[in-house]
Design a protein around this ligand. Sequence first.
Ligand code: FAD
Length: 316
Amino acid sequence: MILIVAEHAGGKLAKSTLEMVTAARDSGREGPVTLLVLGQGVAGVANEAAAVADQVLVGDLPALATYNAEVWAAATAQIAREGEATTVLIGGSRSGREYAPRVAVKLDAPYLEDAIRLSASGDALQAQRYTYLARVTETVEASGPVIVVTVKPGSFAAASAAAQPGEQYDVELELPTPRVEVTGRSVEKTSRVALTEADVIVTGGRGVGNPENFTTYVEGLADAIGAGVGATRAVVDAGWRPYAEQVGQTGKTVQPGAYIALGVSGAVQHLSGMGKSKNIIAINKDAEAPIFKVADYGIVGDVNVIVPALIEAARK
Ligand code: FAD
């Protein structure tokens, strides 16, 4: 089987999980696409998972109430071993990249990190990943009875529901007592859709001018159309916006239905994080800005003039 460890939050399956299902189906690896749902009170998540997978394995336990690397690694390795998984896909999130190498060690398996494409070649699995500031895409290959892979979020299209929902099974897990404990957590309060979940993203770059304009134009337009907010590294480095909003090679990779770039030049490191968006709409006063080379729609003009008109139109 191809085992995918489901990522979920707030009782909902994360988009990254749907992307991993596509990665699994496109990989050419054989076996049922199996989602492993770990957590407490995850019946709703398991039902969502069943809509896209061939089968769903559910570990619903108080000990799984919060993510812990030691526990997730032990549970994943146990299920991979028992199910004779040939491939284990784990989200390339911060936590996924934390426990995936542990799973590989437990299974004595090769580990492919940050895959943006997967293809089977005989018994081997080939993965593409970015390197050298995303200027180079390299292909790496691993073989063995089982291969552990992390999948870069935003690199595959989200899977849609299968014709038949997959069967669900409860699993019994032997979990270790974790030696590291999360002792506190403060969650940013926002009603806005998370960047990696958003189907429409409005991103602001240095051309927006200053932090106040960012709030007025970028957040204003995003809120008017129900979009997520992104930022370039230039504005994050300038302290206008938090790192969590950064899109690009050293930030998040996104693939929304529409990506609206305001005052963004389109540097290669930015493009590597959003270049696969289905529709790219750019507003930039410089007709030669590289963003227009990838844009589906472009407006050459001043954000100070165009964006207020867009917000007004959207509000109407
Ligand atoms: P600029 O390049 O300064 O572009 C501003 C644009 O706004 C210009 O095109 C200008 O014509 C336009 N403009 C100005 N005024 C107006 C106006 N009034 N109306 C309309 N348009 C206007 N960058 C990222 O974004 N994400 C990353 O993850 C990332 N990682 C990096 C990693 C490395 C190792 C390195 C070296 C760089 C990385 N960068 C990253 C930085 C990247 O190279 C660029 O410097 C950055 O993306 C530029 O941001 P920007 O488009 O906001 O600013």
